[in-house]
Design a protein around this ligand. Structure first.
Ligand SMILES: [Zn+2]
Length: 128
């Protein structure tokens, strides 16, 4: 007797803590933005299965694949978690307050998250 409800289900629990080296948009010096990503994913057999279950499942669905790219998944999550306007809580240098800053606050320029990531990738593993 086969029971369709008894199938093995693969889960991926992602829990990542990292400091993203970004540029403070207020004082334009480096700021490490602590990022915490905690998500659960459930693997399904196929794209169509994922589409079928996506609406009613609380967790994210991933399609089982031989070439599943964990690094790319983490990269995506990190990019989505990046603050639109990274800033120090308290800037380490005096910030010049001017009318231009007020305009900036009203229209924060959205930094390109891929630019931030390329900085990460370009960084050598050891400080030379
Ligand atoms: Zn700052």
């Amino acid at each position: 007797m086969t029971d369709a409800s008894v199938t093995s289900v693969a889960w991926l629990n992602l829990d990542a803590n990292l400091d993203m080296p970004l540029t403070c948009q207020r004082c334009l010096t480096a700021v490490d933005v602590p990022t915490h990503i905690q998500r659960s994913y459930r693997f399904v057999e196929s794209e169509s299965q994922a589409e079928l279950e996506d609406d009613e499942s609380e967790e994210d669905l991933l399609v089982i694949s031989r070439d599943f790219d964990l690094a790319a998944l983490i990269e995506d999550e990190v990019l989505m978690d990046l603050p639109v306007v990274p800033r120090h809580d308290v800037c380490p240098v005096p910030v010049k307050l001017a009318a231009a800053d007020l305009d900036f606050e009203a229209n924060p320029a959205k930094p390109n998250p891929f630019a931030a990531l390329s900085v990460l990738k370009a960084k050598p593993s050891g400080d030379a």
